[in-house]
Design a protein around this ligand. Structure first.
Ligand SMILES: [Zn+2]
Length: 312
């Protein structure tokens, strides 16, 4: 289709930016969810100002006359009213007035959302969840994020915070959570890429990590498969609860680790989830791998940008 479209210089695109624990992924995205151009940068770990400067640089690198709005997904609850990133668990970013700063810098509408909410929107509009009205997305990366589409709309909570599905308790008085989270037994402490890395190091030594764990499983290593199956079981406990709470048609598993390990996590996760979920939700829910891969976050952030543009 794009080949026969008469090229016009019009503001039909948005830039979506996905702020991750280790990478900033950004892209120019069209209304149909197709990606025109994309970039990747390392996420600074040292200071808030450095993180904000890199976010600006990601946008500046892509910005052209076709871009009408910019959207950000950040791994934090969001204060939608004031356009503020409240507090990232795994990054030095707290009370950051991202919307005002970016609007002043670039002079176009700015949308802001929780990163996993953005990923859920991306998969809903352009990926595994196309055509569904009710879905739950879990992103397993450095941390664990969650996004919910309910009744054909993103579910954002009272003030647009998004939902923190990674920080629900699956084990009472269990493992301490990560980063700045004071909780115990949270899902994130059991199924994130960081949790998989910790488990891999215990079994395979200090140089192992989540990537190596998946690689070993791919090579047929029984111990690696067993570790991933354990992770899948914990994941299933959480999915069963989410199915009981949100009654989705679809649960989408994304994030770097979630996608890489999907084939090993799926069976144990489904077994446990189906044990925990009640009818009629149990019979109607499916578990799918994210289709957009690690691009889901920035594609969804671009749809959040379109939302800001259409409401401006
Ligand atoms: Zn937590």
């Amino acid at each position: 289709m794009r080949g026969i479209t008469v090229p016009t210089v019009q503001a039909g695109h948005a830039i979506g930016v996905d702020l991750g624990g280790t990478k900033i992924l950004a892209g120019i995205v069209a209304r149909d969810g197709s990606v025109v151009r994309r970039t990747e940068r390392a996420t600074p770990q040292d200071s808030q100002e450095h993180v904000l400067a890199e976010l600006e640089a990601s946008v500046a690198e892509l910005l052209d006359e076709s871009v009408a709005a910019v959207g950000f997904g950040a791994p934090s609850p969001i204060d939608q009213e004031n356009g503020i990133v409240v507090r990232c668990v795994n990054l030095p970013l707290e009370n950051a007035p991202l919307r005002d700063r970016m609007r002043e810098r670039f002079g176009i509408p700015v949308g802001l959302d929780n990163d996993a909410n953005a990923a859920a929107i991306g998969e809903w509009r352009a990926g595994a969840g196309r055509g569904e009205d009710d879905l739950v997305m879990l992103t397993l990366g450095t941390g664990v994020g969650g996004g919910v589409i309910s009744g054909g709309r993103p579910f954002r909570g009272r003030n647009g915070e998004g939902v923190e599905l990674g920080h629900i308790v699956i084990v009472h008085e269990g493992r301490p959570c990560q980063g700045g989270c004071t909780g115990r037994g949270h899902l994130e402490a059991y199924v994130s890429g960081s949790a998989a890395t910790a488990a891999a190091r215990e079994t395979f030594g200090p140089s192992a990590d989540a990537h190596r764990l998946v690689r070993l499983a791919n090579e047929g290593d029984a111990e690696a498969k067993k570790l991933l199956e354990e992770v899948g079981g914990y994941l299933g406990s959480a999915i069963g609860s989410f199915v009981n709470v949100f009654a989705p048609q679809l649960v989408v598993l994304g994030g770097g680790f979630g996608v890489a390990a999907f084939d090993y996590l799926r069976k144990p996760a489904e077994e446990v989830a189906l044990r925990e979920a009640l009818e009629p939700m149990r019979s109607s829910v499916r578990l799918s791998k994210a289709e957009l891969g690690t691009a889901a976050g920035f594609i969804g952030a671009a749809f959040v940008a379109f939302e800001a543009l259409d409401n401006s």
